[in-house]
Structure formats: C-alpha cells, structure tokens
Write a protein that binds this ligand. Structure first.
Ligand code: MN
Length: 258
C-alpha cells in the first residue's frame, strides 16, 4: 500500500486524528495593543455583501477586514526588520515544504500558573531534550502555556499599569532553536511570540528579532496544545498566499496518532 493511502486509511480508521490548533476568528478576537505612538492593527469586521436577498438572492458572502496579525496567525520573516531582506521571506514566496513539520511541545502550564511572566530558558530546553530527545531540524516548537484557557480579552491580553504580562522564550533559547536546532519556527498560545514584557527587553522583542532574523516563522494564539504529545505530532501551518504579506490568519492543524 502506498504511503498516502496508508495515511488516508489511518485518518478514516481514527488511528490518526486531526487536532485543530486554531482559535475562532471574529469580531471578538483580541488583537495586540501597541503604545499609541505606533499604528494600531484593526480587529475583525465582517460586512455582509449579500445573504439570500436582493443583492444576492441565492448566495451568502461577506467582506472581511482585519490586520494580517489577527487571531491564530502566521508571522513571516519579513514581519521583522531583522528578516526584511532575507530570500523567500514573505507569505507568497516561502516554499510550501516549510509549512509542515514535526511538533515539539514544551509544557509550561505549571510554571505559568505560578508566574505569568515565565520565560523558557536554555536550561528548560536542556531538561526537555534530556527527556524527549533533541529538537529535530525542521520542527515546529510549540509553547504549551495554558494561556488559551483565558477566554476574555482582558485576561488574554493581561495588560497592567506596566504593560502586558504573558510567558515566552528567553532570547538565548530562541537563538539555540533558530540557529543550532534549525527549527521551522515557534508557536505560542499568547497574542504574540514574545513574552508580554518583551518590549522592555534588550533587544526589544527578542524572539521576533532572533527567529525572523534567521528566516524562521511564528505562530500566535494557538489552542488545544494540551491534545498533543510532547513529540510525534505533525503540524501543518500554511498562511494565505498574500502578495508581499508579512503574515496572515490561518488554520493550524496537527495530525496526532491515537
Ligand atoms: Mn504576529
């Protein structure tokens, strides 16, 4: 039997499961707040073109408006100044092979429950690799923080007087993953791939700076990471083919063996 027919048989038999790592996308989707000196990304609006009415008696469709970085979304290298001149750095030019890879899931839910600013350090990576093996080249590294359980905008963005608070990667961990492990990119449950306080780090937003400077990708606002094993799942994360796009909302799927 061919490899692909084995795949289809396993999906039909339920021995392979498709897990949706995507949040619903709509007017209630929270969007990152930047300081007012910067441009703001609009939230989602849906405007009906026609819905079985005089503008379209037999069809329903909408116009959608949103920033590229809204909801569960993909960050391309061109999103960041460090990646702006790399080859194949845009949503329309990234080779599609790079959208598919094995998942390595770092479970930090216990640490984040105690410290919402928790950073995943190289020591945490070493401990994970001692247990699960070396992060392979071409992996999607997913930070399972439990943050997707925060269902209100206020709890999800978690902005306080000194700015947003949410977990992320230590800069050196981002460097090791990008340069020494050669991953596809990192995915998180939070609104962005840097920690909430990372605007005040040196450099600011070190995960974006490091990952995109190495031609790697980001996935933000993921969910259902608790349904994935630490290793063994395969993630498919393909952004819209927006010409010159810096990223896009997308449907992120994981194939998981039962
Ligand atoms: Mn983004």
């Amino acid at each position: 039997m061919s490899l692909l027919s084995q795949l289809v048989d396993a999906l039909n038999a339920g021995s392979l499961r498709v897990v949706d790592l995507t949040q619903p996308l709509g007017p209630d989707t929270p969007v990152i707040d930047l300081p007012p000196i910067f441009g703001a990304s609009p939230g989602v609006t849906l405007e009906t073109i026609s819905r079985f009415d005089e503008k379209g008696p037999a069809w329903y469709w909408n116009t959608i408006t949103m920033g590229e970085h809204t909801g569960t979304h993909f960050d391309a290298p061109i999103h960041w100044i460090t990646g702006k001149d790399l080859p194949d750095n845009r949503t329309d030019t990234i080779p599609p092979r790079q959208f598919v890879g094995p998942a390595c899931v770092f479970d930090i839910t216990a640490e984040v429950a105690k410290n919402e600013d928790f950073l995943f350090t190289p020591d945490h990576l070493a401990a994970w690799e001692a247990k699960h093996g070396r992060v392979p080249k071409g992996a999607w590294v997913l930070l399972r923080s439990g943050w997707s359980a925060r269902t209100t905008k206020a709890a999800f963005l978690n902005v306080k007087a000194d700015g947003p608070h949410s977990p992320g990667f230590h800069q050196e961990t981002s460097r090791i993953l990008a340069r020494e492990r050669d991953v596809l990119g990192v995915g998180v449950e939070t609104v962005g791939t840097d920690a909430g306080q990372a605007g005040g780090f040196t450099p600011p937003f070190p995960n974006h700076t490091t990952m995109h400077g190495a031609g790697k990708f980001g996935l933000a606002s993921l969910c259902n990471l608790d349904q994935l094993p630490a290793t063994g799942a395969v993630v498919i994360a393909a952004p819209l083919k927006i010409v010159n796009g810096s990223g896009s909302p997308l449907r992120v799927l994981a194939l998981v063996a039962q």
